[in-house]
Design a binder for this molecule. Structure first.
Ligand code: GLN
Length: 456
């Protein structure tokens, strides 16, 4: 814990930790030492970790990367961070993220972006750690903590993991409780671990998940021993390669990464099967209707009355002006765009044309996966991202849709509620990490992690 706190102090330029909790950390570390001495050391005992700013942590600033939650000190602890605490983990502080987890580069954060510790060979230009869990990914990659929590609504664990050479798993929807995690799109949001290795991810995921009566969508299922399941034996497993993920204009190095991954799995004894997920091309548009729709509803609670920031008012301003001024100041541009898109697609005249149609598409996407799993496919191998980490500022002012394209391989998994893991398996021509994604059957994280272990 001391070494991590020191590393964090020396890595201010990465802007990964936006709030440090050294006193809490030292206190928890001492308690962990005592538990270890008593021979009562749970799995995460004494392990120093970072918590994404989206998780409410009792008495500790929890701003979801937004100005509107300035000064908000939660009265309660999120179930996932509480479980980690109960498992002995030590909290070093809160990690940077895109505002309300909306973004793929960490550049929508009110704290300014986190920075990827990696650089292109022979180039000093700063790169994005990805988003929205960019602070988590940067912190783990730079060894500022042993692991971190992330959340993933459309790829926010897996894309930053791929951009930083770390491992991230988004479990099946319902595996981790969403209670106490600031809501973005409730039917898609899931928490998960971000770590250096697949084994670490298995250990941490086990500590994070489990049924919670406070989240009605949390599954009442036994939590398997994910670490014990890590045999890495994939002999006879059927690995699906979805042809629709071979997108036009996919960079050659991503294609090669994928082919190398396929060869590795084949060598390890897996059977490689060409599969079709025919509705893949509609996933991104469906996601960018459903996620903003749910966000516009979830973010209605930030009205300047109950949480965080409230705008200074002029004499004579009424409650409408208070809402308007507070929300105009408190939300950044991307969040405002999502609220407007979401409100539009849910409005009486457009609901059927957009929101309802997107929901139907979502059902078809889910069915695509059900069909291939029914054919005996065990897991699906795809690239995690369409490119290596890009430069900070490179995409920020471009057409927002260009940024949304980052999520092309990851959003399908959230729409279908499936588990997906990203892990580093290669390098770009410029020496940056590249990641592959494995997608599993619902509730089969144990098998998924074991297959990832074989690829690691
Ligand atoms: N980049 C996606 C978005 O902006 C994913 C975000 C996420 O998974 N939280 O919506």
């Amino acid at each position: 814990t001391e070494a991590c706190l020191k590393a964090i102090d020396g890595a201010g330029a990465l802007n990964a930790f936006v709030h440090r909790t050294p006193e809490i950390a030292m206190e928890q570390a001492a308690a962990a030492d005592a538990r270890i001495k008593q021979g009562d050391a749970p799995a995460m005992c004494g392990l120093p970790i970072g918590i994404k700013d989206l998780f409410c942590t009792k008495g500790v600033p929890s701003q979801a990367g937004s100005r509107i939650l300035e000064g908000f000190l939660p009265e309660y602890e999120s179930t996932v961070s509480q479980k980690l605490k109960d498992s002995g983990a030590v909290m070093l502080g809160k990690l940077n993220m895109d505002e309300f987890a909306m973004g793929s580069s960490n550049e929508t954060s009110v704290y300014g972006n986190a920075v990827n510790p990696w650089r292109r060979a022979g180039d000093t230009a700063e790169l994005t750690p990805g988003g929205s869990s960019g602070g988590s990914a940067a912190a783990v990659a730079a060894d500022l903590c042993l692991a971190a929590t992330g959340t993933d609504t459309g790829g926010s664990i897996r894309q930053p993991a791929a951009f930083t050479g770390t491992v991230g798993i988004k479990p099946t929807y319902g595996r981790c409780s969403r209670w106490g995690i600031v809501a973005f799109a409730s039917s898609l949001d899931q928490a998960g671990p971000m770590t250096k290795t697949v084994r670490d991810a298995a250990i941490m995921l086990e500590a994070m998940c489990g049924h919670d009566a406070k989240d009605s969508t949390s599954a009442d299922l036994a939590v398997p021993d994910f670490e014990a399941a890590l045999t890495g034996d994939i002999r006879g497993k059927k690995i699906g390669i979805p042809r629709e993920y071979r997108m036009d204009g996919m960079p050659e190095e991503i294609e090669k990464l994928w082919q190398d991954g396929i060869a590795m799995m084949k060598d390890a004894g897996a059977e490689i099967v060409d599969i079709s997920l025919p509705h893949t091309k509609y996933a991104l548009p469906a996601y960018y209707v459903i996620a903003p729709a749910e966000a516009s509803s979830n973010l209605a609670r930030y009205d300047g009355v109950r949480f965080g920031h409230r705008a200074k008012l002029d004499h004579g301003d009424g409650i409408t002006e208070m809402y308007e001024k507070t929300r105009a100041e408190g939300f950044g541009h991307e969040v405002q765009r999502r609220v407007m898109v979401g409100t539009y697609v849910l409005s009486a005249g457009f609901y059927d044309a957009y929101y309802n149609r997107a929901r139907k598409v979502r059902t078809l996407i889910k069915k695509d996966f059900e069909d291939v799993f029914a054919q005996g496919i065990d897991s699906i191998l795809t690239p995690a991202t369409p490119s290596a980490a890009f430069g900070l500022g490179e995409m920020k002012d471009a057409d927002p849709v260009a940024m949304y394209l980052n999520d092309v391989f990851t959003v399908t998994v959230n729409l279908a509620g499936l588990p997906g893991v990203a892990l580093p398996t290669g390098q770009s021509a410029t020496g940056l990490p590249l990641g592959l994604q494995l997608i599993g059957r619902p509730w089969e994280e144990a098998e998924l992690l074991s297959s990832a272990y074989a690829l690691e």
